[in-house]
Design a protein. Structure first.
Length: 422
């Protein structure tokens, strides 16, 4: 089925090594590690896993001297693994010192994230960092970015706003004949903080096309309101994300609700889905969710998508559920291999349906589809390839036979990539 294309908001193209954010580039997926960056082995492993899952940029915390010292070693280990994913340094409170005292860290990172609400602020007070009252920490960080030709994300967060700015705007609001609601003033403070910081960064010499902005909050409607206004008031590339989205379905639903509205309006050049993993859960889940948001909206294609019915009284057997799950898992696991070998496999669609009501129709619409028998139906599963019925599967080996049909289709349908010279 055709759909109305989304018109993206115009912005400069920001290059993060070989990854483009904004301009006419596709929306970029990024994620963040939750390891102690000083743990070189653990952080390298998680960055590699996130990159393998499809994260095109990976952010790491740089909060201590030990973490800063570890960054170039992490970069070197990733390079040795053939993993070229750009690393973003996440700085708060002491980033100016870490970037100046550890030049190898500053060089190894592909991009810096600066929060203007706490640059130069002590974690436990609003005073400037003890012992360095005269330093202009923001200017120091921008200076390092200019020195090493690094882009910067100026990332404002609801929970760490510049309190002097908030107080000033609140005071100004109180003097108005009809004062605005507190939430509206707070949203304005987010936008002003981001725009004023970007303006200052440019005055210090950072070029317009090396700046990405974000104004992240934890409530869906607030996020939508903030980014609509931010997008209307500037043309900087924008990073989208609902901060502290939560765990499980709540985090997924909230992130999808917020990001989908903005993306549909053409707002957003890179996204992160900030999920709290379940104990022992995979950090890569946030990458999968971000990809699926973009793919289901028709903005990107990352891996073949499976259409599967939810089941009803006609499908008392769980065979189609198990097959759909197995096929989806197989496609995602196989995609890195296929991506190296063929072009366009990520566009493939697969349908796994549970009965005769919608099974044949949905199967015909997919590149490959199978219509499994529902309750009381003949124990046969017709397979459709590009709209034509090709074979009917029977017996206990349907899953393996269908998987083989998928493999054969990929090998036959998609153009092989030329082998890269080693």
């Amino acid at each position: 089925m055709s759909h109305t294309p989304i018109t993206r908001r115009a912005s400069p193209r920001v290059m993060v090594e070989d990854i483009a954010i904004g301009g006419d580039a596709p929306v970029v997926v990024q994620s963040m590690t939750n390891t102690d960056t000083a743990d070189i082995t653990g952080t390298t492993k998680q960055v590699y896993e996130l990159a393998q899952a499809g994260s095109e940029l990976v952010r790491i915390t740089v909060n201590t001297s030990e973490a800063a010292a570890a960054v170039p070693h992490i970069r070197a280990r990733l390079d040795a693994l053939g993993c070229k994913v750009p690393l973003i340094g996440d700085f708060h409170y002491n980033g100016h010192r870490l970037l100046t005292e550890f030049p190898d860290c500053a060089q190894a990172l592909a991009k810096y994230r600066i929060n203007p609400g706490n640059v130069g602020r002590n974690r436990k007070s609003t005073n400037l960092l003890a012992g360095h009252p005269g330093e202009d920490q923001f200017a120091m960080m921008i200076g390092v970015a200019i020195k090493y030709a690094k882009p910067v994300r100026i990332g404002v967060n609801w929970g760490s706003l510049d309190q002097d700015l908030v107080v000033r705007l609140m005071d100004e609001n109180a003097k108005l004949p009809q004062p605005k609601e507190v939430a509206e003033v707070t949203r304005e403070a987010l936008i002003v903080s981001a725009l004023d910081s970007a303006k200052r960064a440019e005055e210090l010499g950072l070029t317009h096309d090396r700046i990405v902005l974000s104004c992240k909050v934890s409530e869906v409607q607030d996020l939508i309101a903030v980014y609509r206004e931010l997008a209307a008031r500037c043309d900087y590339a924008l990073h989208l994300g609902l901060t502290e989205a939560g765990m499980g379905s709540k985090g997924i639903v909230a992130s999808t609700a917020a990001l989908a509205v903005l993306l549909q309006q053409g707002i957003g050049d890179t996204i992160r889905v900030s999920l709290t993993p379940a104990p022992g859960g995979a950090r890569t889940e946030e990458v999968v969710v971000a990809q699926e948001i973009l793919q289901t909206m028709g903005l990107r294609a990352f891996t073949p998508m499976v259409t599967a019915c939810p089941g009803c009284g006609r499908t008392t057997s769980t065979v189609f559920q198990e097959l759909a799950q197995n096929i989806q898992t197989y496609l995602r696991a196989q995609m890195p291999v296929w991506r190296e070998q063929y072009t366009g496999v990520e566009e493939m669609t697969v349908a796994v349906m549970g009965c005769i009501v919608n099974g044949p129709g949905e199967s015909k619409l997919a590149n490959i589809g199978i219509s499994l028998p529902g309750t009381g139906e003949s124990p046969a599963a017709p397979v459709y390839v590009d709209g034509e019925k090709t074979v009917t599967l029977r017996g206990s080996n349907i899953a393996a036979e269908f998987q083989q049909i998928v493999d054969e289709y990929v090998a036959r349908k998609y153009v092989k990539r030329e082998k890269r010279e080693g």
